[in-house]
Each structure stands twice: as structure tokens, then as C-alpha cells.
Write a protein that binds this ligand. Structure first.
Ligand code: GTP
Ligand code: MG
Length: 175
């Protein structure tokens, strides 16, 4: 029954092409596509699953990384339970930009000066031969910024379910 489920709103932010849509499609539909189609505005997906014996309903908000496709008002950010920031381990700039995605999220959601739960995901870990940011460096930086860090691959389905289980536990811990 929906009333007995934890309902959580999760927003996914990060530069264009880092794989936000791919991570969600892998998690929700077990699908992956090599071809790129930019997200325009925002999309959302639902996923119901069970974590630690509890039924959970995740409302996943996918956003556009390309500036010209961003059209979200602050209302969009309100009521978010967890924020997922994504970069591409083969793209240094996408890592550097995380700090501004984080700032934008905290400002627009009204969560400045709070310990809001944010998870940082380094995607495309299947492409480790083209890696530009070491795991250690990313982890150290994430610790300083009080973000939880993990590396994932939407393509090879590495750590995708784990990341969302982590998101859910983090949110449930705050209830
Ligand atoms: P915007 O919608 O523009 O913000 O981009 P996005 O972050 O949603 O990126 P998207 O998921 O569309 O992926 C961009 C490209 O990266 C696509 O060609 C994907 O196939 C590819 N890609 C996504 N995840 C992975 C991954 O884990 N490994 C590899 N090798 N490629 C990936
Ligand atoms: Mg997208």
C-alpha cells in the first residue's frame, strides 16, 4: 500500500554528458544506450523497491546539464530528500563543476547551513584507462565537502543499485 511506503524525492544534478539519465535508466529499467540524447528541462522516473525490509518509493528527478535546456524554478528543488551529484571520471571539468552544482542545489532548495544528505557519484568507472581524477583524490575532496562518495558505471552496471540503497538509507536515517 502506498501509505506504508517511504516516499523519497531524489534530484540528480551534474554537467551534461556525465551520465545522469543513463544511471537512472540502468537503475529503473535495466537499460543502457551508447547514444546520447540531451535531457531537456527535467524528466522523472519512479522506482519501488525494498531496502532493509522497508518498502520504498523513489521519485527520481533527472535534470538537464546543458545550460540552454535548464528551465527549473526553485520550487522544483523544494522537498528534496536527497541530492545526487554526478561527474564523469574521464572529464576533469565535470569534477571541478561539482562544487557549483552543490552550491546551486543548496541555495535553490533552501538547505544552506544544513547537513543536507548529498551523494557524489563518479560515473563511467568502466573507462578507467581514461581516468582523469583518482579515486583517492575524489574521496578526499568528498570527505572535506561532507559528501558521500562512490564510483559507478551505468554501462557495466557497477554499484548502481548500491548507490540508490545508500541514498535510501541516508534519507530514512533522517526521518
Ligand atoms: P544531459 O542530459 O545533457 O545532462 O546528459 P546526461 O548526464 O544525462 O548524460 P547521458 O546519460 O545522456 O550520457 C551521456 C553519454 O555517456 C551517452 O553517450 C552514454 O551512453 C554515455 N555513458 C553514460 N554512462 C556511461 C558509463 O557508465 N560508461 C560509459 N562508457 N559511457 C556512459
Ligand atoms: Mg540526461
Amino acid at each position: 500500500m502506498s501509505s506504508s511506503r517511504f516516499q523519497l524525492k531524489v534530484i540528480v544534478l551534474g554537467d551534461s554528458g556525465v551520465g545522469k539519465t543513463s544511471i537512472l535508466n540502468r537503475f529503473v529499467k535495466q537499460e543502457f544506450s551508447q547514444s546520447y540524447r540531451a535531457t531537456v528541462g527535467a524528466d522523472f522516473l519512479f522506482k519501488e523497491f525494498t531496502v532493509d525490509g522497508k518498502a520504498v518509493s523513489l521519485q527520481l528527478w533527472d535534470t538537464a546539464g546543458q545550460e540552454r535546456f535548464q528551465s527549473l524554478g526553485n520550487a522544483f528543488y523544494r522537498g528534496t530528500d536527497c541530492c545526487l551529484l554526478v561527474y564523469d571520471i574521464t572529464n576533469y571539468e565535470s569534477f571541478e563543476n561539482i562544487v557549483s552544482w552543490k552550491k546551486e542545489f543548496l541555495e535553490r532548495s533552501g538547505n544552506e547551513n544544513t547537513n543536507f544528505p548529498i551523494i557524489l557519484l563518479g560515473n563511467k568507472c568502466d573507462m578507467s584507462n581514461e581516468r582523469k581524477i583518482s579515486t583517492i583524490k575524489a574521496k578526499e575532496w568528498a570527505d572535506e565537502e561532507k559528501l558521500i562518495y562512490d564510483e559507478v558505471s551505468a554501462k557495466e552496471d557497477i554499484h548502481i543499485d548500491e548507490a540508490f540503497i545508500h541514498v535510501t538509507r541516508l534519507c530514512m536515517g533522517r526521518e
